[in-house]
Design a protein around this ligand. Sequence first.
Ligand SMILES: NC(=O)c1ccc[n+]([C@@H]2O[C@H](COP(=O)([O-])OP(=O)(O)OC[C@H]3O[C@@H](n4cnc5c(N)ncnc54)[C@H](O)[C@@H]3O)[C@@H](O)[C@H]2O)c1
Length: 363
Amino acid sequence: MRHKIALVGAGASVNNHLAALKALDDRIDLVAAVDVHAERLRAVCEENAIAHCYTSLTEMLEAESPELVILVTPPATHKSLILECLEAGASVWCEKPLVASLADFDAIDAAERRAGRYVSTVFQWRFGSASKHLKNLIERGVLGRPLVGVCNTLWYRDQMYYNSPWHGKWQTATGGPTMTLGIHLMDLFLWLMGDWDEVQAMTGTLDRAIEVEDISTVLVRFAGGALGTIINSALSPRQESMMRLDFQRATVEVITLYRHNNQNWRFTQPPAIENAEVSAAWNELVENVAGNHEAQLRDLLDSLERGERPLVSGAEARRILEFTASLYKAAATRQPVKRGEITPDDPFYFSMNGAAITGEMTV
Ligand SMILES: NC(=O)c1ccc[n+]([C@@H]2O[C@H](COP(=O)([O-])OP(=O)(O)OC[C@H]3O[C@@H](n4cnc5c(N)ncnc54)[C@H](O)[C@@H]3O)[C@@H](O)[C@H]2O)c1
């Protein structure tokens, strides 16, 4: 079965998607590309032999009727582009952060149901073989209950990065490193640790001339009782992504920067309680698939072929947006925030900084 796909956005991150599309070219037809920036678009189309190029999404949808549209445009453009794709009958795979707020998510969710199509977020970290294996072991109860979690995205983004047209501003970026950097590892962390219950947080803008935070620090209590800490930083010269989960019967951790494969993961049992069954279960991990765009796209195509909802869509895509909205609210109000507390009568339902942000953006 072949899938008719169109790519929207030909900027810095398009190569991640082009590599994934090339790797899966036995299953897809990349029929068109779209960008409002005509020169950038032409270069990408020529380099990648994409036959049909458009500066208007509307024209592309009318002419090509793709089954799936991949959106690689700045965050504030996502909502309106997603709604247009759904109305045209296409499913959407959209870069993170999916949208700016829970209000935007709920509007998309309603449109998705009306259209009978799916909208999923790019969260490629979930799709590495080690992440999937760990999720399976947790669900089987092999490792015991999770008790302690650490989730640190310690990256470095200089002022040049924030001087770009959309980074660093609430309206265009939706937030700082919480929304645009740490969101990958936090999504994985929340997926693995189970439902979260309460969050406390501090944010700061310490060393970049930006509107949004350049650091957030977070405490989280999970519904099952586990406690966790999170740091999302754009200020860390020695960069690292580190997630560590301590279960009753083992510690499982990953240390890397932007991608992971099995070599980045470590499994440790308590010194006195060697349990052969637990380590044998971890060692069932033989296949070594990197958590990258190709792995997620493969999984997404499998879901579409089975007529099933893709993994990072619906409630699975809403979780991280509710968490980040709650985190920002906790930081702004200096009060703990409970899951479910942010409802349509709350300013943080409408934007991550609790301000009414309206209007769309085109770079
Ligand atoms: N998953 C990842 O690992 C990862 C990594 C980096 C960035 N991203 C995400 O990818 C997205 C794009 O980031 P980027 O760094 O490529 O941005 P970018 O600014 O380099 O490129 C965005 C492109 O979108 C185009 N564009 C803007 N508005 C448009 C519209 N309305 N219609 C068509 N094209 C439009 C711009 O002209 C530009 O060429 C962001 O959401 C970002 O958070 C994801």
